[in-house]
Design a protein around this ligand. Structure first.
Ligand code: PBG
Length: 310
C-alpha cells in the first residue's frame, strides 16, 4: 500500500518496554483497580507474562517491586534476595532475549514512601545516593541489562555509574529518568506499587510541570554524568519537551507513557466513548513522532498485537 510506503513514522514492538509489578508469593495475578489489564504478579506469574510479552515481539521489561516489608532505609531495594532481584534472575533464565530493565528507586521500599532517605520530614539527597547505588549494583548483579534511576536525586547517575564500574559491571547501561515531572498522572501507579508518600509530596525533587528549559539542564547533567539513555516522563502531556530533548541530545531517548495516561484511555474505552485500538496506536505513534526511540507503556503487549494485525 502506498500509504504505508510513505509513512514517516513507523511504530514497532521492537521499541516497546512493558512495566511489570512483582510481588511476593506464588500464583498471584492481582489486578490494579485503577489500571484494568495491569496486575501485581508473583515471580512465577511474572515469568509467564514476560514469556507472553516476548512472544508478542515486545523488546523488554521494566521491573518494579512490592517488597514483603518496608523500612526507613529501603533495605528491600538492595537485598540480594529482594523481590526485583528474584524476578530478574527468573525472567533472565526463562526469556534470555528480553531486555531487562530495573527501576532504581527507594519509594516502593521505604516505610514513608519517599524516593530517598528521610530525616525530620526532609529527603536527604546525598545520603540517598549511596543506597541508590547499592540498589543498582544488586539489580545488575542479578542480571539486569539496564538500571533506571527514577529517584530524581542530584548526582544519582554519576554515583550509580561509579558503583557499577567498581563492581566490574561496565556493560550495564543506565537509563535515567532525566526529565521527570511532579505529575498527577502517576496516581494509579502509586496504587499499583503501593508507594504513595505518607506525608508531603515529591515536588521537592521532581520537576515543575510548567518548566521546559529546566528539562535541558536536567538532561545535560545526566548526560555529563554518563547516562546511556535519557527519558522524559510522562509522555503525551510533554511531547514538546520530548522533541526539545531529541533535538539537543544524541543519546537514545525513552518516553514513559505513565499509569494515568493509560487509565484515561482504558476508562473511556470501557465506557464505549472511544475506539480503544485506534487511540492506543495513535497515541504511541505521536510519542514516536515527537522523537522517542523507546516507549515504555502498559499497552506494550496490546499494541504489539494490534501492529501484528495491521
Ligand atoms: C518511582 C516511579 C514512579 C513512576 C515510575 N517510577 C512513581 C513516582 O515517581 O511517584 C510512575 C510511573 C507511572 O505512573 O506509570 N519513583
Amino acid at each position: 500500500m502506498l500509504r504505508s510506503l510513505v509513512r514517516e513514522t513507523q511504530l514497532s514492538a521492537n521499541q516497546f518496554i512493558l512495566p511489570l509489578f512483582v510481588c511476593p508469593g506464588g500464583k498471584i495475578r492481582r489486578e490494579v483497580s485503577s489500571m484494568p489489564g495491569v496486575y501485581n504478579f508473583s515471580v512465577d506469574e511474572a515469568v509467564n507474562e514476560a514469556l507472553m510479552a516476548a512472544e508478542s515481539g515486545v523488546r523488554g521489561l521494566i521491573l518494579f517491586g512490592l517488597p514483603e516489608s518496608k523500612d526507613e532505609l529501603a533495605s528491600g531495594a538492595y537485598a540480594e534476595d529482594g523481590i526485583v532481584q528474584k524476578a530478574i534472575r527468573a525472567i533472565r533464565k526463562a526469556a534470555p532475549d528480553l531486555v531487562i530493565m530495573a527501576d532504581t528507586c527507594l519509594c516502593e521500599y521505604t516505610s514513608h514512601g519517599h524516593c530517598g532517605v528521610v530525616r525530620e520530614k526532609e529527603v536527604l539527597n546525598d545520603e540517598s545516593l549511596e543506597l541508590l547505588a547499592r540498589t543498582a549494583v544488586s539489580q545488575a548483579q542479578a542480571g539486569a541489562d539496564v538500571v533506571a534511576p527514577s529517584a530524581m536525586m542530584d548526582g544519582q547517575v554519576g554515583a550509580i555509574r561509579e558503583a557499577l564500574d567498581s563492581a566490574g559491571l561496565h556493560e550495564v547501561a543506565i537509563m535515567s529518568y532525566s526529565v521527570k515531572y511532579a505529575s498527577a498522572f502517576y496516581g494509579p501507579f502509586r496504587e499499583a506499587a503501593e508507594s504513595a508518600p505518607a506525608f508531603g509530596d515529591r515536588r521537592a525533587y521532581q520537576m515543575d510541570p510548567p518548566n521546559a528549559r529546566e528539562a535541558l539542564r536536567e538532561a545535560e547533567l545526566d548526560y555529563s554524568e554518563g547516562a546511556d539513555i535519557l527519558m522524559v516522563k510522562p509522555a503525551t502531556i510533554y511531547l514538546d519537551v520530548l522533541k526539545l530533548i531529541r533535538d539537543r541530545f544524541d543519546l537514545p531517548l525513552a518516553a514513559y507513557h505513565v499509569s494515568g495516561e493509560y487509565a484515561l484511555i482504558k476508562a473511556a474505552a470501557q465506557k464505549g466513548w472511544i475506539d480503544e485500538s485506534r487511540v492506543i496506536l495513535e497515541t504511541l505513534t505521536g510519542i514516536k513522532r515527537a522523537g522517542a526511540d523507546i516507549i515504555i507503556t502498559y499497552f506494550a503487549r496490546e499494541a504489539a498485537g494490534l501492529l501484528d494485525q495491521q
